[in-house]
Design a protein around this ligand. Sequence first.
Ligand SMILES: Nc1ncnc2c1ncn2[C@@H]1O[C@H](COP(=O)(O)OP(=O)(O)OP(=O)(O)O)[C@@H](O)[C@H]1O
Length: 602
Amino acid sequence: MNFKSMFRAIRFVWERAKLWVICSIIFAIVSGLAPVALVWVMKELINTVAVIIQQESADFSGAFILLSIQFSIMLLSSIMDGLKSFMDDKVQIVLEHDLKALSSRKAMAAPYSFYDIPEFYNHLERVTGSPGAKFLTPLRNLLNIGEAAIKIVSFLVFLFTIHWILVVISVFGAIPIFIVQAIYGRKNFWLMFMQTPAAREINYIEYLMNNKQAAKETRLFGIADYLLGRWSKKYQKNASEKLALIKRQQYAEIGLDSLTALMYAGAALVIIWLIRTTTVKIGEFVAIGQAVQGTQEAIGQISNNLARLYEDSFYIRDYFEFLDFEESRIGHQSGTLPFPAALEKGIRFENVSYRYPNANNDTLDNISFTIKQGEKIAIVGENGSGKTTLVNLLFGLYQPTKGLIFYDGIDMTKISEKELHKNTTVIFQDFIRYSFRASENIAVGKELDQINEQKMKQAARLSGADKFIEEFEEGYDTQLGRFLTQGEELSGGQWQKMAIARALYRDSQVIVLDEPTASLDPISELEIYNQFQQITREKTVLYISHRMSAARFADRILVMENGRIKELGTHEELMQVKGSYYDMYNTQAQWYQTETGLRGSG
Ligand SMILES: Nc1ncnc2c1ncn2[C@@H]1O[C@H](COP(=O)(O)OP(=O)(O)OP(=O)(O)O)[C@@H](O)[C@H]1O
């Protein structure tokens, strides 16, 4: 059992729902005492009625009082059940909100590199879903155990007043049930744990089968059957493992039920013997049977709840483990210094290497170079040469495994993460298409009333997004994308312009464009680069591109090969060197010429 996590969970709930905790404890005590009270009332009632029948007495007042007490207890129990269920629902909503907020905050704040650790990802998968219910269940289990304990003690006291042997029968009959349920609780949890990677794959395939972006490829590549088949295989494997466990558990429980039946028979024999040897009345006779059964049920309730508590409390441990996921495992941007108000010297990489978690080789190998303030650097190189990894290091998304990066001579790790992200901007290849309004897409992260409209429109103008936004009836208030509502869908290039406007709105000192023009037509691409030169005159810009024509716009070109810097210099310098850049440039130039030639001859 995870006592530490359970205590933490109780504290967590106590901080948010004190009234629920207090009322639940009171309800548990009252519900625990109610059954014995009912048994006692029933015993008295039967004896009273027996007297009325035997003596043909007309005094019903005793019976009436007892019936009223019975009615009151039953009414109270029913009211309490209703209240309990309402309060549980309410506290579950509160917990759901706070737990989701905490885990989402954690997921968003965790170093980006954590997403390369499957363990982290699996954990994230396990704690999402409906945490409120999963968190509340173990606490409910605890309360049920408390309630059952009160029932047992009160029944045992009641039985003990009649004969101690009844106590022994009641207690020993339930021990095997307790053990079996605890074993299966543990097995159920481990099965769920082992199945998490497969469950992730199932979810992922479900996502592919139902997602708009994937819908094109599933149709055109004809992979619907393949996806469905793969999903079904995994699904059935998980389901059959689960069913096999349930089957074994059911067999064990059938065996236990037989044992319980034997115990009942034993108790019945004792009762008969007691009737013969003592002066037990008919009321006691019925009450003993009820009390023995009630005790057995309450012990079953404890073992059941303990087993479930064991199973469910792992969720709580998992949840807190996720919250505590060691931030220092791979390194975290934990500095506190401000970013230089205006970069002067620029950015320096000093012997920087980077290796992905669980990888065997360094993706970046001993990189050293300087980017001057205001310089425009194009990073070129083959697929997989390490360009994106390099810029991810620049933003602190990854921490170098060796070496240091300096902004104006300040070790980057000493700069606060918030400051770093405020002063650096990137437009990724796979930027997000927010299903928000056009204005919010540009000023993302700002509430509507916080948006600087003039700045936002200027960013749209500079990126060229203004042309199509202003054509929409609702202009900058237009909802984009079709994910949430019937918004306006944009073309790939138009979305790209939105992403560029977003980067310009942020007004950072350092801007990185990770192939942002890949879906733009050549004219738009040219426009963007020309404009970028002008609007980013004061800024330090790095852009990753596979198009050498775009690289020409840069002050210097950095050629990456196998995680190393192969060449670094101006277009003219590199053309003179006649190395990799020269080859790449000429190959692409030939391509264009051939194309022009073909068009000319055609
Ligand atoms: N999350 C990751 N985990 C492990 N290895 C990775 C990860 N991301 C990238 N790599 C590896 O690092 C190498 C460099 O990848 P990177 O994305 O930096 O290359 P790139 O030059 O930007 O490529 P491209 O031109 O295709 O975008 C590749 O060999 C890739 O397999």
